[in-house]
Design a protein around this ligand. Structure first.
Ligand SMILES: [Zn+2]
Length: 212
């Protein structure tokens, strides 16, 4: 009888250890984005409603979670490896031939226009945070919802794996004006964010999809 009790105790202990282990890795409550109040559960990507600032994906093209940097794309390139960029310029949001969000994710996903980045920047409060080891900007809307943009750096000459990773975020908007090498871009670091008409369509930068 004593032996049976001992086996039962050992089995119980084993179950307790096993369930603790599972909890660490699999419970949605342990997802860093859920803990940070950004996502409702661990099934990324989500569509986050930021009120006037529109609806935004919770992660970048090429990322499976909000804290992953994802891929770099030249402005107007839908293939992350491509060295091409959109020379003609103009508005490429939702254009499958040039928009990496539409081409990569399909459906109604598209790159944010310059205006949407400006609205995001004006309506939301900016906070520099670290999410699961990744530095970046947390943009919180007046309705309380928020998104996290990793400071993924950018791909440029001599920095194929990324330049200023962890210190700066560079996110292409879909908007450029005429031929050339400039396009509007959301740029941020620990001190804040801005939307700039920036040189470098030929550089790989991050893409954060949006919907209407
Ligand atoms: Zn999410």
């Amino acid at each position: 009888m004593k032996k049976v009790f001992l086996y039962a105790a050992m089995l119980f202990a084993a179950l307790v250890f096993a369930s603790c282990g599972d909890e660490e890795s699999e419970t949605p409550a342990n997802d860093p984005a859920v803990k940070a109040g950004i996502c409702p559960d661990a099934n990324h990507p989500h569509l986050i409603d930021l009120g006037d600032a529109g609806k935004w994906a919770c992660c970048n093209v090429g990322a499976k979670s909000p804290w992953e940097n994802g891929n770099y794309f030249n402005y107007g390139a839908t293939d992350t490896q491509s060295s091409d960029y959109c020379v003609e310029g103009g508005e490429i949001s939702g254009n499958e031939a040039y928009d990496a969000a539409t081409a990569g994710w399909g459906g109604n996903w598209k790159m944010p226009t310059s205006e949407r980045f400006s609205t995001l920047n004006e309506k939301c409060t900016f906070e520099w945070i670290t999410l699961k080891g990744t530095n970046g900007g947390k943009f919180t809307a007046p309705n309380g919802n928020s998104i996290f943009l990793p400071a993924a750096g950018r791909r440029c000459d001599g920095h194929e794996d990324g330049y200023r990773v962890g210190n700066h975020g560079y996110y292409w908007s879909s908007t450029s004006y005429g031929q050339g090498q400039r396009a509007d871009c959301l740029i941020f670091d620990h001190s804040g964010a801005d939307v700039n008409n920036d040189y470098g369509r030929f550089e790989g930068r991050s893409i954060r999809p949006v919907q209407e």
